[in-house]
Design a protein around this ligand. Structure first.
Ligand SMILES: [Fe+2]
Length: 290
């Protein structure tokens, strides 16, 4: 994901990409990938959007362990015209949007340590590739990601990046989708997390609300713990449609005069799938204070 840093590290190209350096991964690093991959494969069936499971096939490459981005990009290019490029970590917003607008997904090339399986500060290759790439093999979601990149470029020109970032957060990272078989996960931040892939679907604590673009763009989010609210889309086609067919300029202007909505608030007009107890967040807050 993008950040506000702007000093390009030595050794990166103008677009902040670096060689993945697949040959430099250690057996231990490949084993960490295999452990995380196997663990999520056991957990996700029945919980995740079918499109994600279908897309997982692009990750099954000729060599085990951390995917080789060259081979992965060949697969993805054939499916939807996307590529995966390596970066050393977070990249500036304009660089991030330019890559997405050109159907390039930026992925960290490092992997978490074995003692960090459940915790990491910066997105690593498991989050970026396992979490994000399967849906990039889906033609509709692939178009959505490009549309988001283009929207990001326009938002930058309008000083509205922070507001648009909420759309990425609540869909690409932490989105839920309605299916005939109940709610399912698709956000990369959820599907790549062993704990949140249970919490987001099963825990009584968070709210689960129907996706509404303007409402979502007014809603804060938290980066330090499980989400307190999730937004549920009806379909990827709907998500793409609203993103392509909304004139965001007037929306940004309209919303600039309205207060933000807190993460635990339910509005009278919300479509409520689950009215959460918020017990988890309350317990954590109490524990922190106490
Ligand atoms: Fe991500």
């Amino acid at each position: 994901m993008a950040d506000t840093i702007s000093i390009r590290p030595a050794g990166t190209a103008d677009d902040w990409t670096i060689p993945q350096g697949w040959d430099r991964y250690t057996p231990e690093e490949h084993a960490t990938w295999d452990t995380l991959f196997a663990r999520q494969l056991r957990q996700l069936p029945g919980r995740v959007a079918p499109e994600f499971l279908e897309g997982l096939d692009v990750l099954r490459l000729s060599r085990p362990g951390i995917p080789d981005f060259a081979e992965l990009s060949d697969r993805l290019m054939a499916a939807t015209g996307w590529q995966v490029v390596a970066v050393p970590g977070l990249v500036p917003d304009d660089v991030f949007f330019d890559h997405l607008a050109n159907r390039r997904f930026v992925a960290g090339n490092f992997i978490r340590r074995p003692d960090q399986l459940d915790y990491l500060q910066e997105p690593d290759v498991f989050h970026d590739v396992f979490g994000h790439v399967p849906l990039l093999a889906n033609p509709v979601f692939a178009d959505y990601m490009q549309a988001y990149g283009r929207g990001g470029q326009r938002a930058a020109a309008m000083g509205a990046i922070d507001r648009l970032a909420r759309l990425y957060w609540y869909t690409v990272e932490f989105g839920l989708i309605r299916t005939d078989d109940g709610l399912k996960l698709y956000g990369a931040g959820i599907v790549s997390s062993h704990a949140e892939s249970i919490f987001a679907l099963d825990d009584p604590s968070p709210h689960r609300l129907g996706f509404d673009l303007k409402r979502l763009l007014r809603t804060k989010y938290r980066i330090d713990d499980f989400q307190q609210n999730y937004f549920v889309i009806d379909s990827f086609a709907d998500l793409l449609d609203v993103t392509l067919n909304t004139d965001f300029g007037p929306v940004y202007q309209e919303l600039a005069g309205q207060p933000d909505i807190e993460v635990d608030t339910i509005m009278p007009e919300d479509r409520v799938y689950t009215r959460g107890t918020q017990d988890y967040a309350r317990r954590k807050a109490t524990a922190t204070v106490g």
